[in-house]
Design a protein around this ligand. Sequence first.
Ligand SMILES: [Zn+2]
Length: 142
Amino acid sequence: MELNELYSEVIKEHSISGHNKKHLPYATIVAPGRNPSCGDEIELELQMENGIIKDSAFTGVGCAISQASISIMIDLVRGRTAQDARRLAELFLKMALRQPLLPDELQELEDAAALQNISDMPARVKCATMPWHTLLKALDSI
Ligand SMILES: [Zn+2]
């Protein structure tokens, strides 16, 4: 299997699995995210406990890229400190804007690295980055 195929599998899996698409019973932060150019509209929920993202989920509608990106992001940041999550979001945004990442940094992004080629599709970059901007906004509100 080509690397690109593997990546699109990851995106497809996350966009259809829906395992992060729900309301959290004990959300402490709810942050809206919008990408009007595509019609993506989500609400990111975080349950913060002692500076750690104890749980996260989302609701809303959007294209496969935005739904996959937010689901991958939630899997990545669950259980992390706000500081770690912020760093990962900044790495992801760097990658999406075609700024070179070190191999270690790319590895840190785990499944989110599957969205690396999004930078080749300018029209879809906002679909992929919107959830991460929403996360940074949410963490700013702590
Ligand atoms: Zn979109």
